[in-house]
Design a protein around this ligand. Structure first.
Ligand SMILES: Cc1cc2nc3c(=O)[nH]c(=O)nc-3n(C[C@H](O)[C@H](O)[C@H](O)COP(=O)(O)OP(=O)(O)OC[C@H]3O[C@@H](n4cnc5c(N)ncnc54)[C@H](O)[C@@H]3O)c2cc1C
Length: 392
């Protein structure tokens, strides 16, 4: 077994670290407190990252992208998120979705969308699954007409007419192309009844509803997507009719949860580093608090949680990259373990800072707000546990 990073991975890690240190960290704390979502959104940072090649990283080199594999993306995502989790999530959504689209696009679709995606440094992507009445049902193994996606697409000549609503969608309102899962057959369960489409901003019948205010990840944007008799040509369908789940499991889901979860390592590591520094400098009872065993234990536990989470995610990513023998439970449970480990790290690190940790002038409360998001997003941890139960 060789756990060392390749030269390419080290170079990507250094590039992402440098970007986070120089472009994100100096501005992030003031920026995330801006009330107006449009003013807050970090287009300037994202554009700089795009010019470094970060936005198109997951696309194969022969298509004009960076050719990064799943493990590379885990490493880069962690470094960007060490600067800010919201910025990393914006990139990561685009990585996952372009990877999916690249596999499902036909040549005509690729010809229409890929050039603009490559050229426009503001071209990000979003995927709409979650609806106000349909959340974990999309992830847990129900397969009955009563459960799962309700947004309807009905065939009308060469078009489909879409009605319904999605909410909480990452990159909602800023994406230049949306991938959308709809119910095309309400009489059957999700395994045969779902179909994916692409929708563009400004398309008649498609609008952005509320932009959600979030406790953390405030530099990524989440919004409602509203479809009212939205006509989508069949040419913008990206799965077989009724084949949405198969299209997703063929590419989208394999490893995507691992890649997303790796971003949560970033704020957890940043919290641990800041806790270490504080504990070395803060003197109580005549010595630096790091020399009090209780504080030292908290820091040792942070280290153990970080290493275990990172190695588990990297191993799961490596397994997912092998042609055979990947068990998707490994990815789901790696996400569960990592998100909970990172939550523990951020909580302990805040405690090491004592009362100051609770003050918004200190960095610790932001780390805690940010890491909390991953207990819920990419499928709640309970939903991922249900998917991983031994009898399933
Ligand atoms: C920051 C963020 C970004 C997101 N980005 C996107 C996005 O880009 N696209 C998108 O489509 N969605 C997105 N989501 C939505 C996310 O996927 C859903 O919030 C998630 O799937 C849970 O759905 P829900 O919120 O409706 O909760 P519910 O499903 O209502 O769950 C409520 C509670 O009940 C529990 N629960 C539900 N069913 C079960 C069960 N069978 N067994 C045990 N416990 C259960 C859940 O674990 C949870 O604790 C995002 C969410 C967040 C927080």
């Amino acid at each position: 077994m060789d756990f060392s990073l390749t030269d390419t991975q080290r170079a990507l890690q250094a590039l992402a670290h440098d970007f986070a240190e120089k472009e994100i960290r100096p501005v992030v704390r003031d920026r995330e407190r801006i009330d107006d979502p449009a003013e807050r959104f970090p287009w300037d940072i994202l554009e700089k990252g795009s010019r470094l090649g970060l936005r198109t990283l997951s696309l194969p080199e022969e298509r004009g992208g960076g050719g990064a594999n799943l493990l590379d993306l885990c490493i880069v995502g962690e470094e960007i998120a060490w600067g800010d989790l919201g910025v990393a999530v914006t990139f990561d959504q685009t990585w996952k979705i372009i990877h999916f689209l690249d596999r499902v696009w036909n040549e005509e679709q690729r010809g229409r969308y890929l050039p603009a995606f490559l050229e426009d440094h503001r071209f990000h992507l979003a995927v709409g699954m979650t609806e106000p009445n349909v959340g974990s049902e999309n992830f847990t193994p129900h397969d009955s007409p009563e459960f799962g996606v309700r947004t309807r697409a009905v065939r009308d000549g060469d078009d489909w007419v879409i009605n319904g609503m999605k909410h909480f969608i990452s990159n909602g309102g800023i994406a230049k192309l949306y991938t959308l899962v709809t119910r095309t057959d309400p009489a059957v369960g999700v395994s045969e009844g779902l179909t994916y489409f692409m929708v563009s901003p400004g398309q008649e019948g498609f609008s952005i509803g509320r932009v959600h205010e979030k406790m953390g990840q405030r530099l990524s944007q989440n919004a409602e997507l509203i479809f009212e008799n939205c006509r989508v040509p069949d040419a913008d369908r990206v799965s077989e009719v009724g084949g949405g789940v198969r299209a997703r499991s063929g590419s989208f889901s394999r490893g995507s949860v691992i890649e997303s979860a790796a971003t949560v390592l970033g704020p957890a590591r940043a919290a641990y580093e800041d806790a270490l520094e504080y504990a070395r400098n803060r003197v109580q009872g005549g010595k630096p608090i790091i020399e009090h065993q209780g504080v030292g234990f908290m820091l040792a536990d942070c280290y153990a949680d970080y290493q275990a989470a990172r190695q588990t995610l990297h191993y799961a990513a490596w397994r997912a990259m092998q042609d055979e023998g990947y068990d998707s439970k490994l990815g789901y449970m790696a996400k569960v373990f990592a998100s909970e480990a990172c939550f523990r790290i951020a909580k302990r690190s805040l405690e090491v800072w004592g009362g100051m940790g609770y003050m918004t002038e200190a960095p610790m409360e932001k780390y805690l707000r940010d890491v909390t998001s991953f207990l819920h997003s990419a499928g709640t941890n309970e939903a991922q546990r249900v998917r991983s139960m031994p009898y399933l």
